[in-house]
Design a protein around this ligand. Sequence first.
Ligand SMILES: Nc1ncnc2c1ncn2[C@@H]1O[C@H](COP(=O)(O)OP(=O)(O)OP(=O)(O)O)[C@@H](O)[C@H]1O
Length: 376
Amino acid sequence: MTIAAPEPGTVPSVEAGTGRLQLDALTKQFTGRSGTVTAVDHVSLDVAPGEFITLLGPSGCGKTTTLRIVAGFEESSSGRIRLDGSYIDDMPPQRRPMAMVFQSYALFPHLTVAENIGYGLRLQRRGKDEIASAMRMAVTSMNLVGLEDRSPHELSGGQQQRVALARALVVQPKVLLFDEPLSNLDAKLRDAMRAEIRRIQRMFGITSIYVTHDQDEAMSMSDRIVVMNKGKVEQVATPGEIYARPSSVFVADFIGRANFIETVPQRMVGTSAVVTALGHELTVAAHPKISAGTDSAYLMVRPETVKVSAVTDGGSGIGTVLRTTFHGPTIDYEIETTGGTITVTEAGIDSRLALSEGTNVHLVLNPERAYLLTRD
Ligand SMILES: Nc1ncnc2c1ncn2[C@@H]1O[C@H](COP(=O)(O)OP(=O)(O)OP(=O)(O)O)[C@@H](O)[C@H]1O
């Protein structure tokens, strides 16, 4: 799907510099027959105007509840929300300058595409001309021209989601909220829609909060990712930072794949630590919680940062290939070492030259790509 270029001056971008959203120690408890659940636990966030931020985490970590509190569909137990500096906690959802896009599209089945898109504007009692021009903008920018008179059931899943996005855009919200909007689409369409959502969001400059449990989606779309676990924020950072410098074993394990090699920091060199891992002494960047007194830590090593080679000189290597798995562009090796099993990923090599199972190998770690974490 491509987005038609809008005519100059027709894109009603959000007023520059508006749409700053601040969550301050937002907390939500649900009390039921089986006791009290803290779904959201002191979540604080400062989302910049026009920023695309993703809430990411396993099922039940509180992503959707956080989003629903921001939208006003759920009341917080404590904590506050500010939009452009003003508290909005007591504002009913329909008065908040926000729009939400759902996984289920939530289109009205008895209304046409055009009526669905214009619904919010009619509710706001906007003038006929204004509605017509906003509709034209939304229909064109979401590539829905020619589909205006169809019913939702006459559209594909991707088209329905574009209608849902057009309906959200047309009311010119300051904040767009997305609740797993792509999980009903097949993998190829999902990829295309990720790019389209980002293009549209940038074009309009709308602050966006996007909920997903798909780390790939979060990594490819976000300015920053908020990793959540059991209602709490584990880390807020750019995708690159989260991948290279995860704040905990939980984050490192949840985002991408990682080896954790148990080790003891021997001494600190500024903010780095000297450790021994797989028989080599390395100086590696360390999490701020690591200090000279830390008695045990994990060295996080991404599989694609380890170099593996067969022992050819008759000497002894550090490990043995347990399993070789082909993935097309990459090959995975599981290597048994005295420090546990290490996964190594090789890219761009001739698969016919892959190391076979049972091969004795050397491993070289890249200290610049490793990161030392505390164990908790
Ligand atoms: N209305 C409710 N009443 C009671 N408990 C609830 C309610 N809504 C959510 N919860 C609980 O709050 C916690 C957080 O739920 P939430 O839906 O926010 O998680 P999530 O991260 O969005 O999960 P998922 O990815 O599965 O949608 C869960 O333990 C859930 O069971």
